[in-house]
Design a protein around this ligand. Sequence first.
Ligand code: G6P
Length: 614
Amino acid sequence: MCGIVGFIGSQQAYPILIKGLKRLEYRGYDSAGVAMIENQQFNQYKCKGKVADLESLVKGKDVDGTVGIGHTRWATHGVPNDVNAHPHLSGDGQLALIHNGIIENYATLKEALIEDGHVFKSDTDTEVLVHFIEDIMAKTGSDLFEAVRVALCEVVGAYAIVVMDRRFPDRLVCAKKSSPLVIGIGTEGDYFIASDATPFIEYTKNVVYLEDEEVALIDRHSGLKIVTIQNQQKDPYIQELEMKLEAIEKGGYDSFMLKEIHEQPRSIYDSIRGRLNLNHGMLKMSGIDRHEEIWMNANRIIIVACGTSWHAGLVAEYLFEEFARIPTEVEYASEFRYRDPIIQPGDIVIAISQSGETADTLAAIELAKDKGAFIFGVCNVVGSTISRATHSGAYTHAGPEIGVASTKAFTAQVAVLYLIALSVADKRGTITKERLHRLMAELTSIPDKVEEVLKTNAQVETIAEIYKNHRNALYLGRGYSFPVALEGALKLKEISYIHAEGYPAAEMKHGPIALIDEEMPVFVIATQGHSYEKVVSNIQEVKARKGKIIAIVTAGDKTVSELADHSIEIPKTDDSLVPIVSVIPLQLLSYHVAVMRGCNVDQPRNLAKSVTVE
Ligand code: G6P
């Protein structure tokens, strides 16, 4: 939520800031702003709308300055408008600040500041923070670095901030707690600050991830200095980034989402590469191997996640119970964290998160950790907060996912969770070697099968054309396909704003069946396998009420194809691997429907990719 970027160095800041904001726009896109310092004055511009709107606003204006900050917003306090857009200035106009997160005690701070004569222009918590820092500077005579540190000792909530003082254009100050912030150290005294490393990867691979409650001063002359808010000096730990520029560009596709859907054969392959070798019968998950004892003695697995990652968790529930025979529960992280959950010896908590920054998932982890659970993370973003907060874990290696609606991250999560379930099952002896090798071989063939399914694109587009104006849709599946039904429905509603619901197919008769008439498209995952006949009966029930059936079927299937209005064939695979393959046409369908309805598929309204507020 909210993308922040800062620059200080030998180059003009504005081009770096604006390009950086475009790359961070996945984090929020309801308003944007920049401020640069030139001759001890701010060149500041901000407006409602996307980064492109800011660019139009700024065209032809003075954007000079070799130090500056930029922000793209996902509104929490105050509607998205020009005034609430960041940067926010202090009352005396000397300080400019950008912020990602929520200052929970802003109302109390604001009240005290108003009593002291401060006047606020916006409805944001951020403006309160910059006035608070100004107040401390005025009352104590301290410089910006010290005042930020002191202010943050009083702040309750989450923040990643960058602040500058127009009287001191040689300095930038930044700090973080619960929201990410990374500093890039370039050549020739250039420093970059951003919510993630994408704004500056063509300039430097040397980065410092700021830890919670750390405040950094970047000075053109003396370089980088870090202290904790309790004023302990910290040595900057410089790490090398592995990210490549091509990975965050569209590569000829119209949208990141379409690119990411098509990348799946590769991203699934990358998620299993090096972990599985059929020739040697090797299955190696180092995060599991290092803690073998814990997995051997596990009594229960609790999976915590949000959104699409929660759906991957539901697939994992089936996998862990079927293969490793460990009772598994899947919880919305936001519910888990607030209901005093019972954690017992032998419980393992698996946190799944693409971004590794989701506030609710992070809070669920901290709670479970406090209660003594062993925490295992499944994250995509290397070095993310969640990946650092867990005891062990496995990266999904899907590459950067920019489209707000998750696609390749989901399939990579399921693939990695699959490997984990097989590895644990093997160690616990709950799967035969013969079956293990058969499933390993089948998993290895999945990237090719996904490639095959992508060829249904034109057919899916035709189906999208037929149903693009419907107001509702139902998605049904059983067993491993139930989470896919949920994920299919989520994809449609997220990006095309059509109301859609996912249900276990048999549950339809307990309510949703009342909705079915000739206007209701019903998407059914009806592949051959465990509950095939039962799903065929559910399809009959829909047809009897004149509903329209769009079925995902196993290649060569006759029975469902004859019953359905449309059927999309996918290659045969084991039931347990169907989710990775069957979700692909549903992703494509949502994409086409959204494009046909004129929606912005990469930046759907009201959503953000990385939800760092609860
Ligand atoms: C947001 C995104 C979803 C994502 C969810 C969880 O809502 O729009 O695509 O599934 O957050 O995010 P995470 O990064 O924890 O997987």
